[in-house]
Design a protein around this ligand. Structure first.
Ligand SMILES: *Cc1c(COP(=O)(O)O)cnc(C)c1O
Length: 343
């Protein structure tokens, strides 16, 4: 793709910088299936410590870390509670059902966030043998389909109490947890200790080419390694990828605030356009807008594309734009200039 194209489809679109590539080239490597890759081991140890848990396992994608977590915590026939827009339900190829044999109980949250009362309302009576056994609650932070909305710790604590009272596990799909932490100022361990497992993507806003990590107890992560292998995710000299992730942790966390400022600026410009009906509240790097009148997402995206800007359809009249490492101030300026001309 030409570098003059502004790609706002997703923060997965980031390409490794020259310095990140240099770190990858220099990585010490070994066979990670045997636990012998020193760079993977360093990444796993660092992520576990960062989130206040005993262990972590490096995986090729966030879909895999989430699906391993679902598999660890459940047995076939169990039920998983999540928001109706949850990535684990919508965008992971039906893995909750196909890989773990679980049903899904959907909550209509507030931009992806829900309350402990909503969780309680979904609990099946364990004595009712005709109902699936409620087993796992999934919290997504930030919420992709909620326009990048951020959870607060109080809401998580209340949900964890319900989980503890009913023997449920609590997983966080933290694909964009660092975006959330940059906004709230909370430490990763404050978040980490509230969950049984946490999935974190290094290949989104943090800019690594590949890689997600699942964090949890030694017991959970030991079993996670078996599930990872079963799913085909056991990698060999993966240290070159882990080196990119370590580099991203060093260099690309603080700058997420810049992505958020750019998303704000873009959202303000979008809000001023007569062809836009509404925009979800923007707090991180995701903008989800709804077009006015009869404008369709496909015609709007076509107009943008003809001007060298690509965004993603999120519904018949909904469009998502995401800022990231490869979208600088000049790209935002150019996008705003083009949006003004579409009016
Ligand atoms: C991107 C994303 C994932 C993981 O996606 P992969 O492409 O499989 O790495 C998981 N959850 C959310 C909320 C995401 O946005």
């Amino acid at each position: 793709m030409s570098s003059s194209i502004i790609d706002l489809r997703s923060d997965t679109g980031t390409r490794p910088t020259a310095a990140m590539r240099a770190a990858m080239l220099e990585a010490a490597v070994g066979d990670d299936v045997f636990g012998e890759d020193p760079t993977v081991n360093a990444l796993e140890a660092r992520m576990a410590a960062l989130f206040g848990h005993e262990a972590a396992v490096f995986c090729p994608s966030g879909t895999m870390t989430n699906q391993i977590a679902v598999n660890l915590h459940t047995r076939p026939g169990d039920e998983v509670i999540c928001d109706e827009g949850a990535h684990i339900y919508r965008y992971e190829g039906g893995g909750v059902m196909a890989t773990s044999g679980c049903s899904v109980r959907l909550i209509q949250g507030d931009h992806g966030r829900f309350t402990s009362a909503q969780v309680e309302a979904c609990l099946n009576d364990p004595k009712a043998t005709w109902l699936p056994r409620t087993r796992l609650v999934n919290i997504e932070n930030t919420c992709n389909r909620g326009g990048g909305a951020v959870w607060d710790l109080g809401a998580v604590d209340a949900i964890r109490q319900v989980c503890d009272a009913h023997g449920l596990r609590l997983h966080m799909d933290g694909a964009r947890i660092f975006n959330a932490l940059v906004v709230t100022g909370d430490g990763p361990a404050e978040w980490g200790r509230r969950f049984h497992t946490i999935s974190v993507c290094l290949s989104k806003g943090l800019g690594a080419p590949v890689g997600s990590v699942l964090v949890g107890s030694m017991e959970h992560i030991t079993e996670a390694r078996r599930v990872r292998k079963r799913l085909g995710g056991g990698m060999r000299q993966a240290g070159m990828l882990a080196a990119a992730c370590l580099y991203a942790l060093d260099e690309h966390i603080d700058r997420l605030a810049l992505d958020h400022q750019r998303a704000q600026r873009l959202a303000e410009a979008l809000m001023a356009q007569p062809y836009i009906a509404s925009i979800m509240p923007v707090t991180t790097n995701i903008i989800i807008l709804t077009l006015a009148g009869h404008r369709t997402a496909s015609s709007f995206l076509e107009q943008l594309r003809s001007q060298g800007i690509i965004a993603a359809a999120f519904g018949p009249q909904m469009v998502r734009m995401v800022t990231h490492l490869d979208v600088d101030d000049a790209a935002i300026d150019r996008t705003i200039h083009i949006l003004d001309q579409l009016a």
